[in-house]
Design a protein around this ligand. Structure first.
Ligand code: HEC
Length: 149
């Protein structure tokens, strides 16, 4: 049952993408919302406000990974729209720089996926070791490539 909950998180993300594939802005914001939700879950467990479970740890890691590998597909040229998106023009002015930040997110979440096995990191300390490098990549990209409110 717990394993199922982890898988469901991934399916929810996949479903969101399928529905909104014709609107890259809605899709990328939904993806980042999922990344935010995974980070809230991870943070809650790391602060011991939410009980840790391997399945929940795996769900957070799988969500980050799903977002990291797909986010770049939803930033086509011309999809800048300050009225509903916080994607900074710099993404398209300096795509290589943006892609380098995205690659850090992908690499950290990929390493966490591989190291966490099928059942998830067994305890909070091992989850922390895998989650922290992933969470360390958010800020570098947001600072340069996301507009403030
Ligand atoms: C490679 C760049 C990059 C990385 C890495 C990244 N983000 Fe984002 N994030 C963005 C961009 C760009 C937006 C704005 C998207 C838009 O509004 O079109 C965004 C938006 C968001 C949003 C707001 C979504 C909304 O409702 O508007 C949240 C929450 C978020 N990111 C969380 C995270 C978390 C948590 C991480 C790390 C685990 C992360 N992001 C890593 C680029 C990144």
């Amino acid at each position: 049952m717990r394993k199922l909950a982890g898988l469901l998180g991934v399916f929810v993300i996949a479903g969101t993408v399928a529905v909104a594939a014709d609107d890259p802005i809605t899709t990328r914001i939904s993806l980042m919302d999922a990344s935010g939700a995974a980070t809230a879950l991870a943070g809650g467990m790391l602060k011991e406000q939410v009980p840790y479970s391997p399945a929940a740890g795996k769900a957070a890691i799988a969500s980050w990974h799903a977002v990291a590998v797909s986010f770049g597909d939803y930033l086509p040229e011309g999809s800048e729209d300050a009225s509903r998106s916080h994607a900074a023009p710099k993404i398209w002015e300096d795509r290589a720089g943006f892609d380098a930040e995205l690659a850090k997110f992908e690499e950290a979440s990929d390493a966490a996926m591989k190291a966490s096995g099928k059942d998830g990191p067994p305890d909070l300390a091992s989850f922390q070791k895998l989650a922290q490098p992933v969470m360390g990549t958010c800020k570098g990209c947001h600072e340069n490539y996301r507009l403030e409110d």
